[in-house]
Design a protein around this ligand. Structure first.
Ligand SMILES: Nc1ncnc2c1ncn2[C@@H]1O[C@H](COP(=O)(O)OP(=O)(O)O)[C@@H](O)[C@H]1O
Ligand SMILES: [Mg+2]
Length: 249
């Protein structure tokens, strides 16, 4: 059974903008899916439907075969979202408090919250920053903090919206290694990016969204040739295959 499924998903905003139109897809457990598409093509609007941050105008989203409309709280636990803007995701005065926010809202006992916080900080290597003000962290570490906050909810699926945007090279490497480790530990990964060269070597599937429609969906080696025609810049030189994208493997 697919872990994530979108059926005829459409979203029209109040001003009449049809941001996504009739999107159908299925994602199996433990896949690593990259979603690419030009600016304004509907990527963010699409993924925000997958954990109920946006409700569809038409169609539905199913997680493990169940419509998310039935249980939004359960969905938010199962499907974690790492936003493009890490600052907007910071809610605590300290790193520790920030990670505790999610489990505290589930009304878990304090000792359980403490355990989840410590495990999550350890998973992203932020234990030594526990008492620090999140706003003083580097871009890469803020992204890791957002990931820790999501791990504390024990999600099955983790969605990343442009995780490398605004990061310098060390930050990018830090975050990419973390994402690859999350996949290796059994999470299903969905990642929106236009920086395909950074992640494609790790993905088993590439989707292209253009003008609100899912126009390509297949193995990266099959889909990659279509990227430029949809305005997605491919930094590879001619005759270089996808094998050259293994710089972090
Ligand atoms: N709250 C909103 N109200 C009206 N239009 C919106 C809103 N949010 C996004 N849009 C529009 O929906 C389209 C898709 O946006 P988005 O999903 O953010 O694109 P991207 O692929 O860059 O992530 C764009 O035309 C955008 O202007
Ligand atoms: Mg976006």
């Amino acid at each position: 059974m697919p872990i994530v499924e979108a059926r005829n998903l459409s979203h029209v905003f109040a001003d009449g903008t049809a941001a996504i139109e009739d999107v159908n897809l299925q994602i199996e457990p433990k896949e690593f899916v990259v979603i690419a598409g030009p600016n304004g093509s509907g990527k963010t609007v699409f993924i925000r439907h997958l954990n109920g941050l946006l409700a569809p105008t038409r169609g539905q989203v199913l997680i493990n075969g169940e419509s998310i409309a039935k249980n939004l709280l359960q969905t938010r636990k199962k499907v974690g979202m790492v936003f493009q803007d890490s600052d907007s995701q910071i809610v605590g005065q300290t790193v520790e408090e920030d990670v505790a926010f999610g489990p505290e809202n589930l009304n878990l006992p304090p000792e359980e919250v403490e355990k989840l916080v410590s495990e999550s900080l350890q998973a992203v290597g932020l234990e030594s920053y526990a008492a620090q003000n999140p706003h003083t962290l580097s871009g890469g570490l803020k992204k890791k903090l957002a990931i820790a906050g999501i791990l504390a909810m024990k999600p099955e699926v983790i969605i990343f919206d442009e995780p490398f945007a605004g990061l310098d090279y060390p930050g990018t490497v830090q975050v990419l290694k973390q994402i690859v480790a999350l996949h290796a530990s059994g999470h299903t990964i969905l990642l929106v990016t236009h920086e395909l060269e950074k992640v494609l070597a790790h993905a088993n599937r590439l989707m292209i969204i253009s003008q609100g429609k899912l126009v390509k969906n297949g193995a990266p080696s099959e889909v990659i040739g279509s990227c430029e025609s949809y305005g997605i810049r491919m930094p590879l030189r001619e005759n270089e295959g996808i094998e050259t994208l293994t710089w972090l493997k």
